[in-house]
Structure formats: structure tokens, C-alpha cells
Design a protein around this ligand. Structure first.
Ligand SMILES: [Mn+2]
Length: 300
């Protein structure tokens, strides 16, 4: 885990993302308390998982230079890169969605090619604008697909909705970006969506970057984000996609948590749950379940 307490890129949404990492650290303890002797009962999956092979390490926060976005992003890429080089899977906790820019760069620097699965209400494809520049919360996917190791054809966007700039309609189709609205994704179901996204994003042996913008969720579920869009994904859908992709992911981020808009801590709790979902799914992939309800219930 790497905290990235940055909201300097929140040029359209509300500031406050800088308090995100500590809110997740506070919320995650609720579930870590359930770990006994390196084991945890995954109630929803119906098994007891051996966490003995899993080490969840907190590498602390990216050093923020509030006056200098490029210096901050360089420090982030270095800290995230150090996790990659140590054989770890970085879990970057934002912070507004611009945190993805250096986090993707760190993976790209260590990959022949990579693909991205993005859970988000928004496109995040702005190239440049007078108000936002090139490194804001509205640009992380544009910066990702223009990298030499990236490709628009390996970008899968899930949870899109609401309204957007008209010029992007044709542009996205020309580039070959895969897009699913929140309603389309729910209609297809999490398993099918995750399978197809995995195949598209990891084509040609590409490594996988997973970015979860918490505004992919319905704001009635997760209100504490930079900008809320009605009609979002249910928690169970997002959790299922994160769990299904987790064993294949080379880097994860969870972005746009804004504790200043999250007075009850509900959204921080969701961010922490998704981190645990991710970690437990990875542990399950390497160590078989110790006890499973699925043995008793062959229908599952
Ligand atoms: Mn976003």
C-alpha cells in the first residue's frame, strides 16, 4: 500500500482527496481485526482463506510538493517503482484520479506493453485544457494510452454514464476504446464483464493495470468522491470485478476518495473493503482454501 495524498489535480471536482489514504488506513483495521493466525473467513465467497503467503505492507505516503505537480509525480513514480522492483504489487490509495498518471508510468517503465481496466463514471481522456492542464483528474487515461507501452485498444472503461463532451464520441470509437456504461455492465453481469475486460486489456501478453475511481459506484452507495454521477454501479458488482481480476493485476489504484464529502466514513469503508477484496483474492489464488462451503454445496 502506498498513500498518495494529492488533490492538486482535482481541478473540476472538490478538493479533499489528500485525506484519502489515512481514511483508508483507519477503515481497514475493522477487517484486519478478523484475521486470526493468518486466516480469515471470507463470508461472501464461503471459505476460510490462508493469508500466510500474503504480506500487506504499508510503504507510507508519496512525498508531496504542493507547488509542483511534476516533482510530486516523479516522487510517486519512484516510490511505486520501488515496490515493483521489490516484487510487490503496488496498491496506490488516492488522492484525486491524477494519481494514476505516475502510477501507470511506473508500470509502463517496467513493461513491454500494458493494458488498463478502469472502473469509472468518467472518461478521463482530456488531453489539455486552460483550466486543467495536462495532469489533472480528467486526464489519466489519455496520458496512459499515449505511452509507448500503452494502447487505446487495451483500455476497458466500465461504469460510464451521464453526459460528456461531444467530440469524444467519435474519437473514442476511432481509437478502439472498449466502453461499457454502468447499465450495460450490470445487465451483462460482473463475471462476464470481468472476463471480457481481462481478455481485452491483457491482449498480446500485456501486463494489467486496474484503476478504481470510486465514482464508478452509485453516489447513494459511495457519496464521498470528488464528483458524484447518478446511476452508478452497486458495490457487489465492483467487488466481484476486483476479485475476479485481482490474481492477474500488476498494479492497482483506488482513487477519488474525498473524506471531506464522506462525513459518515461510508466511502472510506468501501475503499478499504476493495483493498481487502483484492488482497484476499490474490491470497486465495496462490493458496487453496482451507475450508469451503463449496464442497458442501456443489451448486456453487
Ligand atoms: Mn476518474
Amino acid at each position: 500500500m502506498i498513500g498518495f495524498p494529492w488533490d492538486g489535480g482535482a481541478s473540476l471536482g472538490a478538493p479533499g482527496g489528500r485525506y484519502g489514504p489515512d481514511a483508508v488506513r483507519g477503515a481497514i483495521g475493522w477487517w484486519l481485526d478478523r484475521v486470526r493466525g493468518d486466516r480469515i473467513w471470507d463470508v461472501e465467497a464461503g471459505d476460510v482463506v490462508d493469508l500466510g503467503g500474503l504480506r500487506l505492507r504499508d510503504r507510507g505516503d508519496v512525498a508531496i510538493a504542493g507547488h509542483d505537480t511534476e516533482a510530486t509525480f516523479a516522487a510517486a513514480a519512484e516510490l511505486i517503482g520501488a515496490a515493483h522492483d521489490a516484487g510487490e504489487i503496488p496498491i496506490v490509495i488516492g488522492g484525486d484520479h491524477s494519481i494514476t498518471i505516475p502510477a501507470v508510468q511506473a508500470l509502463a517503465d517496467r513493461s513491454e506493453r500494458f493494458g488498463v481496466v478502469q472502473l469509472d463514471a468518467h472518461l478521463d481522456l482530456v488531453d489539455d485544457s486552460p483550466a486543467q492542464g495536462r495532469l489533472s483528474q480528467s486526464s489519466p487515461m489519455r496520458r496512459a494510452i499515449e505511452l509507448e507501452q500503452g494502447s487505446a485498444r487495451r483500455l476497458v472503461q466500465i461504469g460510464l454514464r451521464s453526459f460528456n463532451y461531444p467530440e469524444f464520441h467519435a474519437w473514442c470509437r476511432e481509437k478502439g476504446i472498449t466502453q461499457l456504461t454502468a447499465a450495460q455492465a450490470v445487465a451483462r453481469g460482473a463475471d462476464q464483464v470481468a472476463e471480457a475486460a481481462l481478455a481485452t486489456a491483457t491482449a498480446d501478453g500485456a501486463r494489467l493495470y486496474l484503476t478504481v475511481d470510486l465514482d464508478c459506484l452509485d453516489p447513494g452507495v459511495a457519496p464521498g468522491v470528488g464528483h458524484q454521477e447518478p446511476g452508478g454501479l452497486p458495490f457487489a458488482f465492483v467487488s466481484a470485478v476486483v476479485r475476479r481480476l485481482a490474481p492477474h493485476v500488476d498494479a492497482l489504484d483506488v482513487a477519488e476518495l474525498n473524506p471531506m464529502r464522506d462525513p459518515l466514513g461510508v466511502t472510506a469503508g468501501i475503499a478499504a473493503r476493495l483493498v481487502l477484496d483484492f488482497a484476499v483474492a490474490r491470497a486465495r489464488a496462490t493458496a487453496p482454501a482451507l475450508v469451503s462451503d463449496r464442497v458442501a454445496d456443489p451448486a456453487r
